[in-house]
Write a protein that binds this ligand. Structure first.
Ligand SMILES: Cc1cc2nc3c(=O)[nH]c(=O)nc-3n(C[C@H](O)[C@H](O)[C@H](O)COP(=O)(O)OP(=O)(O)OC[C@H]3O[C@@H](n4cnc5c(N)ncnc54)[C@H](O)[C@@H]3O)c2cc1C
Length: 439
């Protein structure tokens, strides 16, 4: 990237908010009184460790970056796209143009918080302001606290306070489009190709960025049936900010209370990660560290490949491996089977999902894995072990989901159950009970 200018610029640093409409940071940048440029960094600290060079997330981001570039080009401006490590890139940017300020949306992951602190410090050395806004969530950090001003760790109580605090103000869109004439006018700049970053394109399309009111009207009754298209599939868009959470909450308020609850779970896990960053590597409840996992290589392999002999689990794992997404009911069963039936450390399962999910989000993935493991805040009790056979009968009674993902189901090629359910259930309960000193 060789772009430079002598004019003071307000830079809007896009990260998990890859859209121009209803974007808090962009709105404030555009109203700052300075010409605005948007910038995106393909961060090598995140990209280099990815083992799959066909990574869907990278391909998705790259596609969105091109879409943003098209929009900005039509407005007579450009997106500045860099590839490298953020700190040296910011040094480069500071040499290329005088900065009137940097505007960005807050990120709650530990790595991102540390990165932002370093960039903020670097900018401060030259008297440049770093302005971070809430955009990913409806409420963040200390906006939903108990009466004793402590973060919530129980979802039900959090949800009640969340709803009590909600006013129209929190779901109002930022009308960025009214200020688009504040973009700095310049020729479109080049975007690094996927190949130059050693990634390959993926030959598939991604879900639409909107959901119909009709799907939401039926969401509560259909959301648990994996054979139906009963959920929104918006998770990748929520992950990368190609849709606004405020817009979606307004739609939820109008059409589905149940859907709104799921969006509140999302806020809940963000605030858990923000307040209790230790959950990234350790159980929320420290005593759960004592569970003696078996972590057998062969078991891990069979679970990952969808060869456990339990069709709901296997269908889910194969869906994950093939398309990078898994229905929530299957996620629950696959995670429970991994942790409880096979006594595999939840962190191993969590890491596998992190590698494969196109909607991978640290807060949601970690929160849900810890919920299933029992080690999380407000988690499922340790003695709850999903029965993948009765779960399949209840939620996929015609076996349509199972047959969709396991072509050899019902033939001798499909494996027998790798472990007997009653035995595995009792073993899990006994193991947890002993580790936790419960009678
Ligand atoms: C073991 C496990 C791991 C998970 N890992 C992730 C993950 O990495 N990223 C992720 O976005 N979701 C994760 N989830 C939550 C949930 O399964 C997905 O959000 C959902 O399946 C995505 O599909 P959808 O967009 O059609 O969901 P919908 O049912 O249409 O829900 C709409 C949105 O609400 C949010 N949401 C829904 N359920 C949850 C939940 N339980 N926790 C937090 N947010 C929720 C998501 O942003 C989702 O896109 C996980 C669940 C489990 C059990």
């Amino acid at each position: 990237m060789t772009f430079s200018t002598d004019q003071p610029i307000a830079l809007c640093w896009l990260r998990r908010d890859l859209r121009l409409d209803d974007n808090a940071a962009l709105y404030h940048a555009l109203k700052s009184g300075h010409p605005v440029l948007a910038v995106f960094i393909f961060d090598r600290i995140i990209l280099d460790p990815l083992s799959d060079r066909h990574d869907r997330r990278v391909a998705f981001i790259h596609q969105q970056i091109h879409a943003l570039q098209d929009q900005l080009t039509q407005l007579g401006s450009t997106l500045l796209v860099y590839y490298g490590e953020p700190l040296p890139i910011w040094k480069q940017i500071m040499q290329a143009m005088p900065l009137a300020g940097v505007y960005t949306n807050a990120d709650y992951e530990t790595y991102a918080k540390e990165r932002d602190q370093q960039v903020q410090q670097l900018l401060a050395e030259q008297g440049i302001g770093f302005h971070a806004y809430k955009d990913q969530t409806i409420f963040d950090t200390d906006e939903v606290l108990t009466d004793a001003k402590k973060p919530y760790s129980v979802f039900g109580a959090y949800q009640r306070k969340w709803k009590a605090n909600l006013t129209d103000f929190y779901v109002r869109s930022y009308p960025t489009q009214n200020y688009f004439n504040s973009f700095y006018k310049t020729a479109a700049q080049a975007i690094p190709s996927l190949a130059s970053m050693k990634f390959k394109p993926v030959n598939e399309s991604f879900p639409a960025t909107q959901v119909s009111d009709q799907l939401l009207e039926h969401y509560a009754k259909n959301r648990d049936k994996p054979a139906l298209e009963g959920t929104t599939q918006l998770s990748i868009h929520l992950r990368f900010g190609t849709i606004s959470i405020r817009q979606l909450v307004r739609q939820a308020q109008a059409h589905s209370e149940r859907f709104l609850t799921e969006l509140i779970w999302r806020d809940f896990y963000f605030q858990i990660l923000d307040h209790f960053p230790h959950v990234e590597h350790k159980p929320f409840r420290p005593n759960y560290e004592a569970v003696p996992w078996l972590n057998r290589e062969e078991d891990i392999e069979r679970w990952q490949q969808g060869m456990t002999g339990y069709p709901l689990v296997d269908a889910g794992m194969r869906q994950l491996n093939q398309v990078g997404w898994m229905h929530n009911r299957a996620r629950l069963n696959a995670a429970s089977f991994c942790i409880k039936h096979l006594l595999i450390d939840w962190r191993i399962g969590e890491a596998y999902f992190a590698q494969k999910l196109r909607d991978y989000d640290l807060a949601a993935n970690n929160g849900n894995w810890q919920w299933v493991a029992g080690s999380g805040n407000d988690a499922s009790p340790f003695f709850r072990v999903f029965n993948p056979v009765s779960q399949a009968k209840t939620f996929d009674p015609k076996e349509a989901y199972i047959r969709e993902w396991i072509p050899e189901y019902g033939t001798p090629d499909y494996p027998k159950p790798m472990i007997e359910h009653t035995f595995a259930r009792q073993r899990a309960i006994d193991t947890y009970r002993k580790a936790l000193n419960r009678t």
